[in-house]
Design a protein around this ligand. Structure first.
Ligand code: HEC
Length: 151
């Protein structure tokens, strides 16, 4: 084997090595143990540690979002089933974030402004009025992060 082919072989090994580490990281991130609220210990490179700390933050937001949902929305909404209002599964992919915020903050204002989607829903749901909610930006973001997860 000449030097050039040795170097090429080495580069190929490094390349596949990197790919494996990346795949392993993806797998590790998926294995975050949501039930016990504990990420599995970081095993690979430190990019993973950073990612885990971001995921923990997200988890805190989602937990806050669940609480807000339970206290304010669950009398009329469920994620998976229609209750008084529509099921909210995948709402963040079905509607723009700005629209969702307007709907939550003051649905009647949105309806009165003539927003087609809001008026259509209001009519479909027998003109049941959804209360207006005065959440802080942080509360609203947590709520939306939870809706985004749709679990
Ligand atoms: C009193 C019942 C009631 C409560 C409480 C309520 N909603 Fe609603 N919601 C409705 C109804 C009914 C509709 C359908 C539109 C309408 O009638 O205004 C709706 C519509 C929506 C929509 C639009 C759904 C779609 O398919 O586009 C979103 C998003 C929403 N609600 C989120 C929430 C959130 C988040 C909360 C809690 C902070 C909440 N709602 C609290 C009754 C309620």
């Amino acid at each position: 084997m000449n030097d050039l082919s040795k170097i090429s072989t080495l580069l190929i090994f490094i390349f596949f090595g990197l790919i494996s580490v990346m795949l392993a990281e993806v797998k590790l991130l998926k294995e975050i143990d949501i039930e016990n609220n504990q990420p599995k210990p970081p095993v690979f490179v430190c990019g993973t540690c950073i990612q885990i700390s971001i995921n923990r933050q997200k988890l805190e937001h989602v937990k806050a979002g669940i609480e807000i949902f339970e206290n304010n929305c669950s009398v009329c909404h469920s994620i998976h089933e229609q209750v008084v209002g529509p099921a909210l599964k995948n709402i963040t992919t079905r509607r723009e974030k700005k629209w969702i915020i307007q709907m939550i903050s003051n649905s009647q204002k949105l309806i009165k402004s003539g927003d087609t989607a809001a008026v259509k829903l209001y009519t479909k749901y027998g003109k049941t009025e959804m209360p207006a909610f005065d959440f802080t930006k942080e509360e609203m973001n947590s709520l939306i992060e939870y809706l985004d997860l749709s679990i």
